[in-house]
Ligand binder design. Structure first.
Ligand code: SF4
Ligand code: SF4
Length: 57
């Protein structure tokens, strides 16, 4: 079921995108982090790195 990103909380810092080992995260057209559930391996790295706790797994 991959990760869920709270679009209201995401600041677009990009830390989660840098941290993702499977390149499942990217910015959408509005500069908010978005996940490709087909690529996410549910490692939790993005959850740990997000400074505003916008990602849950
Ligand atoms: S849980 Fe892991 S694989 Fe999935 S989006 Fe986050 S960092 Fe990437
Ligand atoms: S680390 Fe958190 S605030 Fe930064 S881009 Fe990812 S979801 Fe948004």
């Amino acid at each position: 079921m991959a990760v869920v990103i709270d679009r209201d909380e995401c600041t677009g810092c990009g830390l989660c995108i840098d941290e993702c080992p499977s390149e499942a995260l990217s910015f959408d057209a509005e500069g908010i982090s978005t996940v490709d559930p087909d690529l996410c391996v549910e490692c939790g790295a993005c959850v740990d790195v997000c400074p505003v706790v916008a990602i849950t797994l």
